[in-house]
Design a binder for this molecule. Structure first.
Ligand code: SF4
Ligand code: SF4
Length: 82
């Protein structure tokens, strides 16, 4: 059975919380951003690479429209259906 593959290049997508372009454009709300570096009593710096990580939360909802691929300023996304 064919299904969606969403690949995120983490070498390119380093500050997803500051960017969020794919999250905002995706009509299916497939993506989520996780805070992976929390420090007590300190707000996480969204511009610090590696503080947040983009993840695929609802990959099965993806319609392979490629809006996110086109919106990404650093070409970090690849979406295929196979
Ligand atoms: S291809 Fe379309 S539906 Fe799939 S994650 Fe990207 S924007 Fe969302
Ligand atoms: S649009 Fe690209 S750089 Fe921006 S959060 Fe999404 S994958 Fe990362």
């Amino acid at each position: 059975m064919a299904y969606q593959h969403i690949q995120i290049d983490y070498e390119k997508c380093t500050t997803p919380y500051a960017c969020k372009k794919c999250l905002q454009i995706c009509p299916q709300a497939v993506f989520a951003v996780l805070n992976v570096k929390t420090e007590k009593f300190k707000e996480t710096d969204q511009n610090q690479p590696g503080s947040f990580k983009l993840t695929v939360a609802f990959g099965d909802k993806c319609t392979v429209c490629h809006d996110c691929v086109e919106a990404c300023p650093v070409k970090a996304l690849r979406v295929t259906y196979e």
